[in-house]
Design a protein around this ligand. Sequence first.
Ligand code: GLP
Length: 260
Amino acid sequence: MEVVIAPAEELALLAADHIDKLLRRKPDAVLGLATGSSPLKVYDELARRHTEEGLSFAQARGFMLDEYVGLPADHPERYRNVIEKEIASRVGWAPEQVQGPDGLAEDLEEACVRYEQAIVDAGGVDVQILGIGTDGHIAFNEPGSSLASRTRIKTLTAQTREDNARFFDGDLDKVPVHCLTQGLGTIMSARHLVLLATGKQKAEAVHQLVEGPVSAMWPATIMQMHQHATVLIDDAAASRLQLADYYRQTYATKPAWQGL
Ligand code: GLP
């Protein structure tokens, strides 16, 4: 696991640079897309490069991590619509180039199986962008999630619903109770994981992710078992790390030829 500690703007540039290089090397790359505020600066930078520098997403595809169950198709907080607004529409993606779990399906279990198959059919995810919840969840894999789980229905914790109420006029009752989410096993199948986290409220989750024991109580800790995981964090999110100085030194002396 590589840990990079830098200001938020720099982290976003690092992630965008990495995706830029991937797309130029492999134009039909498959990108794993996260919602939440953590990846927004990365999406802004990718959109800028698309518009100003001709970075092409024409052959690329995107797969979302998760979706609320039951939000109406036109609801602005439906993750499909959030991804459309934050990235897909800005890089010229047609609707069929981006897929997510169908939270409006009549048969939710079948929708989950279909989604897993769609990812496999696309050849798997090349780079999966991730954020992390304050309780250590990635996508919507809440504490207690099977470390081998695949896409399935989950119940959101009270903590996650409170964290996300800000997107629903601060009204907890408007936050859905259920979601469909890629499982931890699904996420682990991606070839490269890039997690972004900023702010003090993420410090404990980041400490557990990087330095805690692998445990379903802190689902993101499964990333310690991935061969290629990159954790991009600012000083505040790094504030509880025991080996922060070592990570800083490692990054400062990183060979120039080595990308993320
Ligand atoms: C939601 C999303 C996660 C995201 C998390 C953190 O729960 N399902 O994918 O990582 O929020 O969000 P933020 O980046 O806004 O802190």
